[in-house]
Design a protein around this ligand. Structure first.
Ligand SMILES: [Mn+2]
Length: 334
């Protein structure tokens, strides 16, 4: 069995640069019998076959794993996971395991989606909470399908500059721009508990906007966030979603391209990194999360030089911190 209290047991307990690259250097397994209820489990979904613009997000999971910028701190003997704002070390409160990548098949997106759904379902069946690293945003379909398979129709908090409720993209039904539409039509997302935040640019067009309104979907544009403030916008979103199983979908392009240049469909006028990190932690603390994803990370460099992967790594850490705070507040170790 994995001992998460000593991530470097093979190295005599000493923090080190050596060893397999995993998310935040947490233990690795591909054996779902090693997963426990309450674990937070990282799953890579390295596919980019369904993009409409820039490809390359198949390298997203490995870039996020490589972005762990605190290794130097660790080797100096300090805690690498103490959170200054939250005053908690989430990795001592929550057991985090890296479950590797779903066995996707390049150029066969249908098979890749099946592989992702099967892998995420293994995590969910173990009673653990999956955090999926994308990958293009089409992976929301297998990610949510796996969670809804266990929990029924889920609420969704969706950070994105794009609505992703298009009926088709270039005549194609299954795309990184149609996922939310497909999931709502399939009854896997409860539209009355679905909130989008950060929309801007030229989407949704009136036809989609009317379809969304007809289903009671709450949409908070980036201009609204700018005018009323992030915390108030987020409070409205959390109030709308309420209690019940909720999936957190974070398209990294919700950030302004100056904060996340490495993404498939950059759109100017977005959030800053501190906006998204704060919002992510509060959302994970205040919602009944059953799963989360961080998608559309298109690496542009290696390691800490990759601004987008670096902020994506921190976004995942904020999710884990929020989960830790929620468990601390409820007095439940899991
Ligand atoms: Mn997007």
């Amino acid at each position: 069995m994995i001992d998460p209290t000593n991530r470097w047991q093979k190295f005599g307990g000493k923090p080190t640069y050596a060893g397999l690259l995993t998310f935040a250097s947490v233990p690795y397994t591909e054996d779902s019998s090693e997963l426990c209820p309450g674990d937070v489990v990282i799953v890579g979904a390295p596919m980019d076959d369904l993009v409409s613009d820039r490809p390359g997000t198949r390298y997203g999971p490995r870039a996020i794993r490589a972005a762990d910028g605190s290794r130097a701190v660790r080797s100096a003997g300090g805690s690498r996971s103490w959170h200054v704002g939250a005053e908690i070390d989430p990795f001592t409160q929550v057991r985090v395991i890296d479950f590797g990548d779903a066995p996707v098949v390049p150029a066969d997106p249908a098979e890749s989606h099946k592989a992702i759904e099967a892998t995420v379902s293994e995590v969910v069946a173990a009673g653990a909470l999956p955090i999926i690293l994308g990958g293009d945003h089409s992976i929301v379909m297998p990610d949510v399908a796996a969670c809804a398979g266990r929990w029924g129709p889920v609420g969704v908090l969706h950070f994105d500059s794009h609505t992703d409720t298009e009926f088709e993209v270039f005549g194609v039904d299954i795309s990184h721009g149609t996922g939310m539409y497909r999931l709502i039509e399939a009854g896997l997302i409860d539209p009355s508990r679905y909130v989008q935040i950060g929309l801007r640019g030229y989407w949704p067009v009136p036809e989609e906007r009317d379809w969304q309104k007809g289903r009671g979907i709450m949409s908070i544009s980036m201009e609204q966030v700018y005018e009323q403030g992030l915390i108030e916008s987020l409070s409205a979103a959390i109030a709308r979603i309420g209690s019940g199983p909720t999936f957190l979908s974070i398209d990294i392009d919700v950030l302004d391209p100056s904060h996340a240049p490495g993404t498939g469909t950059p759109d100017p006028g977005g959030m800053t990194a501190i906006d998204l990190l704060r919002a992510t932690r509060v959302a994970a603390r205040d919602l009944d999360l059953v799963g989360a994803e961080v998608v559309e990370v298109l690496p542009t460099a290696i390691g800490r030089a990759d601004t987008t992967a670096l902020v994506a790594d921190r976004v995942v850490r904020e999710i884990i911190t929020g989960i830790a705070l929620r468990r601390q507040r409820s007095g439940n170790e899991h």
